[in-house]
Every structure is written in C-alpha cells, then in structure tokens.
Write a protein that binds this ligand. Structure first.
Ligand code: 3EB
Length: 330
C-alpha cells in the first residue's frame, strides 16, 4: 500500500498499519515517533504528547532507509545509522530548579558530541517538542529561553551560526512531558536554503528574544541516493513579522505561499512526480477542515499530510507546517 517503503523516506501511519509496514522495513528503520495516544508499536518509539486531529488517536512517524541500519546509543541518545545518515532522539525531563534554557543547552551539547563521535557531524534536521512553550519561566517565555540555551551550545560547541552550520528545524509545544528532540545528521553536509520572503531566523531582531532561533528555512540533502528537501516549521511570517494576527485562514494561505516559495528554490522540484509529506500543527483544532482544504487545493491529494493540535512558538501564530519532499522514482 505504501509506495515508498523500499526507499529512504517517511510515512505517517495509524497503529493498525504500522506492524506490516515495520515488518516490510525490518532492518531499515531509522526511527519511530508517536504522536497522540500511546499504542503498542513493534519498534522502539519516542512519544510526543500532542493530539492527533482528523479522526485517528495516534499518528506514527516512521523514518526508514533504503539500506540496512545499525543501532547507536550513547549517554541517553539512541538512534540508528545507515552509513550515510544518523537518526536519533533524546528526552530530558525538567527537574525542579532547572530551566528550559539549561535543558536546551545540555541537549545540544550532547547532540553535537553524539554526532561528532559517530562521524556524522553535519546536523541536517532537528525536531523539538516541549510543554508550555508560550509560558513564562523566570521572566522569559520558555521558547525564548530555549533559544538562549541553543545559542549557548552552538557557541560552546564551536559551531558557526550561518548557512554552513545551521540545520532545518521545528519547535512546537506539547501538552506534557519532557523536552523531546529527534534529529537527522549526515556524514556529508546538506545545503541550507532560505526563503527570500523571510529574514533568516538566526538574523531575527532582538524583539523576538535575546537570542535568535538557530535554524535554516530548509535543508537540501541527498538521502538514500535521492534528492531530498527538509522543510522547517513554516508559518505566516514575512520578513520577521507575523502576518494576519487572529486570522487562521489568511495565516494558512501565507504559510502555504512560504512553503511553495521554498519548494521553488530547489531545481529538482517536480509537483507531478515528487513525494511531499507535510505535518500540520494547528493551535485550534477547529481550524482543521479549513486548513485541510487549503492544503489539498495547494498540493493535491498526492501530498500526504498529518494534522496535530499544538501550540506554536510565537503566541500570535495559529498554525505551522513542516514538510519533507523527495524527488525519486516511485
Ligand atoms: C519561525 O519561522 C516560526 O526555533 O527551531 C519554526 C521552525 C520556528 C523552527 C526553531 C522555530 C523553529 O520563526 C518558528
């Protein structure tokens, strides 16, 4: 049923589909992330507590390689690598007296150590989830505190903050649980792609926090021999400002225009032949039907999309969409 289970790629699956899929991909599974209600899965799964919208209780994000993988584990980070890329995750529980800033710095420091130790030093894509993203902690919004810690780890790790060293990313609020991060890193670097409609996030003015977020709008990389394109969390931001405050419909249109603009940056983009998967985060579940119809109108039914209920890192953003595009023969 899945067209891409022999290739490098990802699928969003219901638990009822997952066992067969995982059996077909045995030995090639890079990672499984579960959203929504916990279910029994025939593979180690990282759980993120954000509700799944659209009728299913659970959504499993399954990343597979076209080649055999081997497991990796070191100091609380677990994952797998296929010889070209590594996929791994970590969860850090926030204890009394700790701030999210501290956890962010610790996580990134461990991630850099992990990828360098295993020889995959190029961070390509990072996903972050943590609770109360828009709440205050010690006088600073938790997301902004997260940015301070991430920035400190980049500096301490001797990593530059620019096109050559910044991964694609997303950062979303979860309903509860630890700071959960999963990531992909390559032996070879990818190529960071920016959106000409937007200021690079790492150049955001201080208005959005003392330290800018560190991510590229997208990352172009060869994955399993195919040209791949990893699109960061994308929202209704033009320049550095949120547009259409309070209007989810216009935010959806602006977000889709930003995604289309990113896809147009890559020479291999082929709307008819490529495979596009989107993960759509909605602050308000009630916007599901409206956003889904806009996504379908923009990308058609060939685009696979998962819909989740989540807080977004700026309190005036009502939705955010991330994506993965492959131009590979089916
Ligand atoms: C934005 O464009 C929206 O902090 O890693 C999108 C993707 C966003 C990644 C991050 C934040 C991050 O600024 C927010």
């Amino acid at each position: 049923m899945r067209r891409d289970d022999q290739q490098f790629g990802l699928a969003y699956l219901d638990p009822s589909e997952a066992d067969d899929y995982l059996a077909r991909c045995e030995g090639r599974v890079l990672g499984v992330i579960g959203f929504g209600r916990r279910a029994t899965v025939a593979h180690a799964t990282v759980w993120v507590n954000i509700p799944v919208l659209g009728g299913h209780d659970t959504c499993l994000e399954v990343w597979t390689s076209d080649a055999p993988v081997e497991p990796l584990a070191y100091q609380g980070i677990v994952g797998a690598s296929d010889g070209k890329v590594l996929f791994a995750s970590l969860s850090l529980e926030q204890r009394a007296g700790e701030t999210l800033e501290m956890l962010a710095a610790q996580s990134y420091t461990s991630i850099f150590e992990f990828i360098e130790r295993h020889g995959y030093s190029n961070l390509l894509r990072v996903w972050h989830y943590f609770p109360q993203i828009n709440d205050n902690e010690n006088g600073v919004e938790r997301y902004r505190g997260f940015n301070i810690g991430r920035h400190a780890a980049f500096v301490a790790g001797g990593r530059g903050i620019g096109a050559a060293s910044v991964p694609a990313a997303s950062a979303l609020g979860s309903d509860s649980g630890a700071l959960t991060i999963y990531f992909m890193a390559g032996k070879q670097p990818g190529t960071a792609v920016e959106n000409p409609r937007q200021i690079s996030a790492y150049h955001y003015p201080k208005l959005f926090g003392p330290r800018s977020p560190i991510f590229a709008r997208a990352m172009s990389a060869t994955l399993g021999g195919q040209p791949g394109f990893l699109i960061s969390g994308t929202a209704s931001i033009v320049g550095y400002e949120t547009l259409h405050r309070g209007d989810a419909e216009q935010q959806a249109a602006e977000t889709l225009l930003n995604i289309r603009t990113l896809l147009q940056q890559i020479p291999h983009y082929n709307a008819a032949q490529g495979r596009l998967s989107l993960k759509v985060y909605l602050r308000h579940a009630g916007d599901l039907e409206m956003v889904r119809s806009k996504v379908q109108a923009e990308f058609g039914t060939a685009c696979v999309a998962a819909y989740l209920r989540s807080d977004i890192c700026r309190s005036d953003l009502l939705l955010e969409i991330e994506g993965v595009y492959f131009n590979g023969a089916r």
